[in-house]
Design a binder for this molecule. Structure first.
Ligand code: C5P
Length: 233
């Protein structure tokens, strides 16, 4: 298979079908735009099975994505899309970047979810962008941005419901979208504890990558516990 793209956490390969790609989840983990970097055996497998399970559940709730099928320990087939170079972040509760940026109190629950856009550009440190910036850079029209927002909020509703059943608060998450061959905007990339903040409703324990970012626990144990909870509901 021809390697099409290699990112920090995944490699993307072409397949015999020009409309289908194979994603290989890597055992690498980074934080702070690559400042912290480690190799954790088993991580790729966990991200693959968790992301597949979450995409399947989203499908069941009427939210389509690029996901087609899991094909191996750390690989899955996906529909080929052109990734829109924006990270779409939805926040239900204040944590992370927004606490540092706006001085809101960590743990503050927002009356309505916030949707933010960040430009996917490592060399610029993924800056936050406005809708006008998105248009200026040619990454979408007003109606595209409205569609991204609407889709992100729909994902939020379904994911919040899933996490509630697992006794977890969906604090925030990041998703990405791509355009398929027909130009439809489709949910893409991955959804996993790498891309979400999840707090245990009783103990506030983190079920996400913050255990790695903040050195507060074992990433593998945390992701395993998350997967078992997900399979248990
Ligand atoms: O760092 P920040 O508070 O902006 O992160 C918000 C959410 O987006 C978190 O759940 C984090 O895991 C996710 N995120 C991500 N990839 C990034 C930036 C943030 O998955 N590059």
């Amino acid at each position: 298979m021809t390697l099409l793209y290699e990112g920090k956490a995944k490699s993307v390969y072409e397949t015999d079908d020009k409309n289908v790609l194979s994603i290989e989840y890597k055992d690498e983990v980074t934080a702070g735009n690559g400042e912290k970097h480690d190799f954790i055996p088993g991580k790729g497998h966990l991200n693959n099975i968790i992301s597949a399970a979450l995409f399947e559940r989203l499908h069941a709730f009427g939210i389509p994505s690029h996901f087609i099928a899991k094909t191996g320990e750390a690989s899955q087939l996906v529909k080929r899309v052109d990734i829109i170079p924006l990270e779409v972040v939805v926040r239900n509760t204040a944590a992370g970047n927004i606490v540092k940026r706006l001085g809101v109190t960590e743990g503050e629950v927002f009356e309505t979810p916030l949707v933010e856009f960040y430009l996917k550009e490592d060399s610029l440190n993924d800056p936050i962008v406005t809708e006008d910036h998105i248009k200026l850079l040619g990454h979408g029209t007003d109606s595209n941005v409205a569609e991204l927002k609407e889709k992100a909020l729909a994902v939020n509703e379904v994911l919040t419901g899933i996490m509630n059943k697992m006794n977890l608060t969906l604090v925030d998450f990041k998703i990405e979208f791509g355009r398929d061959v027909e130009g439809n905007i489709l949910l893409a990339d991955e959804i996993s504890p790498d891309t979400c903040r999840l707090w245990d409703k009783d103990t506030n324990e983190n079920f996400d990558k913050d255990v790695y970012r903040n050195d507060t626990g074992s990433l593998i144990d945390t992701y395993n516990k998350f997967y078992n909870k997900l399979e248990g509901i």
